[in-house]
Structure formats: structure tokens, C-alpha cells
Design a protein around this ligand. Structure first.
Ligand code: SF4
Length: 374
């Protein structure tokens, strides 16, 4: 199935700004209000955006609302991997919550309890947090991502945030920033002196999955054209086949996506490619199947994994990984690191024929792919 029309910038789904009391006079708040020209409601102390209905049924409506507020929690922290599966040592930079796109499998539906989007305007605190870690621990390498609780670029046309971050990262020799997205909003990345410290990443899937299960995202062609463009601007790229979903004709779907990827994007610009089969918290199935009654992939057979997430049976995961890895290897450059996100050592051994520990560990494999030798 191919999409016939493009949704365009997912930020256009947002119709209303809300401003927390203590951010009213923040210069960044004023800048965003000025740029977006959206209607604004100023909240009283303790007041939250009023969205009708109960969560999560009101997510459709909630995703139209953007709250500008402060992040009072930890801004910069390690990705919550689990001991039982091999983790890549990613650092999460928390710039906001939720996203105007709507993927059936999105874990945020089960993780969040508010339907609106948030963006944290206290970037001065964010920079202070980053400085505190990056400047203090200069012999350690940090791969930093903003796409854990939101999409890195989905509301960038409203916030204008990516240039701030890319400019900050350009002279940080011990870190690389990964902006991970499913949209094609790249205008703010043009013309920046990024000094190779930013990798721009797209999540990819088989085309029927992208068309059916990822609302308001960019099509495969749009994502790949955007990737080719940022590669021309000198950025390195990354791609994430995650979540890999079993569906009718899945081999053909993933084969087509991979062939188009390498037909559009220069292989040598790709720093890393991850693979991760669908895994989900028990609470997600109920939420997603109620919100998206026509979606059927949750009705396959799953086992409850060691991290209390459901995943496909091991032979099925191995079959899908082997197929996708073989397709990727037809085209990928030698220096591109292909890896699993959250898989067991047994699966690594079965699919890759080695475990990360044999070659210094997964974090070191990824660090080497962006030139850090430790
Ligand atoms: S793009 Fe990412 S954050 Fe947004 S709905 Fe999809 S999975 Fe969730």
C-alpha cells in the first residue's frame, strides 16, 4: 500500500498554545508565540490545559495542544535499558513530551498520563546540565538523543530548537547528538556549522506499516529524500528499523524499504542502523487497540520477556532479523554499525554470529562508528 498524499509538517496539527504561569515572561516562550501565531491561553499557578474526555481516549484532541513549561525533573540521564538485554548506553536529553504524529505502537500512550504535548522552554537549565556532564567527564563519550519521549523534529518548525542544540554540540569533542524522527521537517538544519557532531536519524519500516500504523508521519520517499538532503549538508545519518512488525508479506515490505533506502541515500554517510522487533508493555495493547480498532498486529502471538514487555517468540524474531540483516548487508558500507536495540546475547549470537562483548561491547561499537576510539 502506498500513501497518495503527504501530511506535510506534523506541527500543523497543533492548534492551541498553553503557557505555564512561570514561563509567561521567558524570552523563549515569547519567541515561540511570535513564530507560531497560534492562540495562547495563559495558565494560572497549578492549572493544566483543559482537554475534554479521559486519557487516553482524549489523545486525538490532546495532540492539538502544546504546553510551554519548565522541565523541573532530570533533563539529561541514561536511557532506561534493562540488565537482561544488551543496551547501547544512550543518554536521553528530555526536551519535551508527546508528539503530534500518532503511531499505533507508540509506547508513550502507555507511558504518559496527559494528552497534550509539552515543550520545555528552560533551555538554559538544559545547557547547564549538559555542560555539567560533558565538560566534567571529558574522557567519556556520550551519544545523546532527544527522541525518547517525543520526536526530535516533529515540532521544530514551531520551537526552532534544533539549531540551538546543533550549535551547542559542534565544539563538544566527546559527544554526538542524534536527532531521531519520522517527519521530513529539516529546514532548520540547513546552513548550520554542525562540525559533524549531529547525526540525523529516521525510523523506517515496511511501507504498509508506515502507511497504516503511523498517522501524520512522512512517507518513506519523503523521509529518504530528507535524509539525502541532510547528507548533502554534511550530516551523518542513522536509521532505525524499529519496531519490526510481523505482517502479511513482511519480507517484501522490508526488502523494498531497504532497496529504496540505499538507492536514495549514500551508504557511506550512515553511521549506524538498528533493528528492534516490536516489544510493548502489557498496558499498551488495550490502549492501542481501543484507539485504533482496525489495527491487527497486536493479535499475533507474543511472549512476556524478562523486562515484562511482550515480544515475538525467539524463532520469529531471529527469522525477521536474519532476513533484514541480509538485505542491509547487500548495500551497507563497511563502517556502518548494524546493531540490535535491546536484544539478548543469544539472539546476537544467532543472527550476527558474535556478541558485542567479543568486540568491546555495543557502546564501543557505536562510538567507533562516529570516530571515537576511547
Ligand atoms: S513518531 Fe514516535 S513519539 Fe510520535 S507517535 Fe510515533 S512513535 Fe510516538
Amino acid at each position: 500500500m502506498n500513501r497518495t498524499s503527504s501530511y506535510g509538517d506534523p506541527a500543523r496539527f497543533i492548534r492551541q498554545l498553553h503557557v505555564a504561569e512561570d514561563c509567561r515572561d521567558h524570552p523563549y516562550t515569547r519567541e515561540i508565540i511570535q513564530r507560531t501565531k497560534l492562540p495562547v491561553s495563559y495558565l494560572k499557578p497549578g492549572q493544566l490545559p483543559a482537554i475534554e474526555g479521559d486519557y487516553p481516549a482524549n489523545l486525538d484532541q490532546g495532540k492539538r495542544h502544546l504546553l510551554l513549561c519548565r522541565n523541573r525533573g532530570v533533563i539529561f540521564k541514561p536511557c532506561p535499558g534493562t540488565r537482561e538485554y544488551t543496551c547501547c548506553d544512550y543518554q536521553v536529553l528530555n526536551i519535551g513530551m508527546n508528539c503530534p504524529m500518532d503511531c499505533v505502537y507508540c509506547i508513550l500512550q502507555a507511558y504518559l498520563n496527559n494528552p497534550w504535548l509539552s515543550f520545555f522552554v528552560n533551555v538554559d537549565d538544559l545547557v547547564a546540565d549538559l555542560d555539567r556532564v560533558l565538560l566534567k567527564e571529558q574522557d567519556q563519550f556520550f551519544r545523546i538523543g532527544t527522541g525518547e519521549f517525543t520526536d526530535s523534529l516533529a515540532i521544530d518548525s514551531l520551537t526552532g530548537f534544533s539549531p540551538h542544540l546543533i550549535n551547542y554540540m559542534r565544539d563538544k569533542p566527546n559527544a554526538v547528538l542524534e536527532l531521531k524522527t519520522k517527519c521530513a521537517v529539516i529546514d532548520n538544519l540547513r546552513g548550520l556549522d554542525h562540525n559533524g557532531r549531529t547525526v540525523v536519524a529516521w525510523s523506517l519500516n515496511s511501507t504498509p506499516i508506515m502507511a497504516r500504523e503511523e498517522l501524520r508521519t512522512a512517507s518513506l520517499e519523503e523521509r529518504l529524500e530528507a535524509a539525502a538532503q541532510v547528507a548533502q549538508w554534511g550530516y551523518r545519518l542513522a536509521f532505525h528499523f524499529d519496531p519490526i512488525i510481523y505482517h502479511h508479506n513482511w519480507q517484501q515490505g522490508y526488502r523494498e524499504t531497504i532497496a529504496k533506502l540505499f538507492a536514495t541515500v549514500p551508504a557511506e554517510k550512515i553511521a549506524w542502523i538498528s533493528m528492534g522487533a516490536l516489544r510493548y508493555l502489557p498496558a499498551l495493547k488495550k490502549i492501542a487497540t481501543e484507539r485504533f480498532p482496525f489495527s491487527s498486529f497486536f493479535y499475533e502471538e507474543f511472549i512476556n520477556g524478562l523486562d515484562n514487555k511482550y515480544r515475538y517468540f525467539r524463532p520469529q524474531r531471529v527469522a525477521m532479523y536474519r532476513f533484514i540483516l541480509d538485505e542491509l548487508k547487500k548495500y551497507s558500507a563497511e563502517q556502518t554499525c548494524i546493531y540490535f536495540c535491546m536484544e539478548s546475547e543469544e539472539i546476537w549470537q544467532e543472527v550476527f554470529g558474535f556478541v558485542p562483548g567479543d568486540v568491546g561491547g555495543l557502546p564501543a561499537m557505536l562510538d567507533r562508528s562516529v570516530g571515537w576510539s576511547g
